[in-house]
Design a binder for this molecule. Structure first.
Ligand SMILES: [Zn+2]
Ligand SMILES: [Zn+2]
Length: 263
C-alpha cells in the first residue's frame, strides 16, 4: 500500500466533518502525516544502506525536529514525553530507535520510534531495499516483520461493484505499510480459522468498518470494507473509529497493534 501521506490527509479532511468523536485524533494524525511526508521526501536525497544502525546518522538529523513537532502538536502526555526525550543524550535516543527496530518492548509505549521510523521503513519498502538486521516475527509483514495495523476487503479490479462477494482480504503493516493477503476467515494474530471462534462486531452508524475478534487468542484487529466505500483509507478509518476499540476492549479483546493515537 502506498504510504498514507496524501490520500490519508484527504480522507481526514473528509472525516473531520463526520466523526465528531474522533476530531482530535484525526487532526493530530493529519499533522503527523505532514511531518512524515516531509521526512520521507528528505530521504530521497540520502544514501541509505537499509541497516538502521548505519543509517542512524542520517535519520538523527531529523529527530529533534520530530520531537519539536510532538511537543507542539501532541497531547499533554506526548508533549511532556517529547520534552523529556529531547533532553536525553543522543546515544540513548538512538537506542530507543534501535530497540524498537529489533522488536523489543518499549516502556512507556512505542509512539516515538514507530511514528519516526514509519517514513524510513516505508521508504525502504517503496524502493524495495531489503531491510537488514530486523528480526521478522511469525505471521507478520513479509517485508519488515511488523505487526498488522488494520485489515481491509477489496474486490479484484474486474469485479468492482459486485459487493464483497469474491473480495480479497489484506493486512496492512503498521510500520512499512506493505500489505499482504490473508484468508477472509482467519485471525490476524493466531491464524484461528474456525468461523465460530471469530466474532465480528459492527454498528449501524459505521457499516464499512468492523471489529474482527478471535475467541481463541482474545486479540482483535479492525477491518475496513472497501467494497462498501472505496474512498476509505484503512489506516485513517481505523483511527477514526475509537468507539469500536472501546467495545472490543470492554469485551476482553486486546488489539494486535495499537494505532498512533495510542488506541
Ligand atoms: Zn512492514
Ligand atoms: Zn486469534
Amino acid at each position: 500500500m502506498e504510504p498514507p501521506w496524501e490520500k490519508g490527509a484527504e480522507r481526514i479532511e473528509h472525516l473531520l466533518t463526520e466523526r465528531g468523536d474522533a476530531r482530535e485524533l484525526l487532526s493530530f494524525y493529519q499533522s503527523l502525516l505532514v511531518f512524515q511526508k516531509s521526512l520521507f521526501d528528505s530521504l530521497e536525497e540520502a544514501d541509505l544502506s537499509a541497516s538502521l544502525s548505519q543509517d542512524l546518522p542520517v535519520l538523527m538529523n531529523y529527530f529533534d525536529l520530530f520531537l519539536g513537532w510532538a511537543l507542539e502538536k501532541g497531547t499533554t502526555l506526548l508533549s511532556s514525553q517529547a520534552r523529556e526525550t529531547s533532553q536525553w543524550e543522543k546515544g540513548r535516543q538512538e537506542n530507543l530507535l534501535l530497540s524498537y527496530w529489533k522488536g523489543e518492548e518499549i516502556p512507556g509505549g512505542n509512539f516515538f520510534p514507530k511514528a519516526f521510523l514509519q517514513p524510513y521503513a516505508a521508504f525502504l519498502a517503496s524502493h524495495e531495499q531489503a531491510i537488514r538486521e530486523r528480526n521478522g516475527q511469525d505471521r507478520a509483514c513479509p517485508f519488515c516483520g511488523g505487526a498488522p495495523q488494520v485489515s481491509y476487503l477489496q474486490s479484484p479490479p474486474s469485479s468492482v461493484g459486485a459487493g464483497s462477494e469474491g473480495a480479497g482480504r489484506y493486512l496492512v503493516c503498521s510500520l512499512c505499510f506493505t500489505e499482504w493477503p490473508i484468508n477472509r476467515i482467519c485471525c490476524a494474530h493466531c491464524q484461528e480459522a474456525d468461523p465460530y471462534k471469530l466474532p465480528f462486531y459492527q454498528t449501524e452508524q459505521l457499516p464499512t468498518i468492523r471489529v474482527e475478534a478471535c475467541d481463541t487468542c482474545k486479540y482483535y484487529i479492525k477491518g475496513v470494507d472497501l467494497t462498501k466505500d472505496g474512498r476509505a483509507v484503512p489506516l485513517v478509518d481505523e483511527i477514526a473509529t475509537p468507539a469500536l476499540d472501546l467495545w472490543a476492549q470492554e469485551n476482553g479483546y486486546t488489539k494486535v497493534e495499537l494505532n498512533l493515537a495510542g488506541i
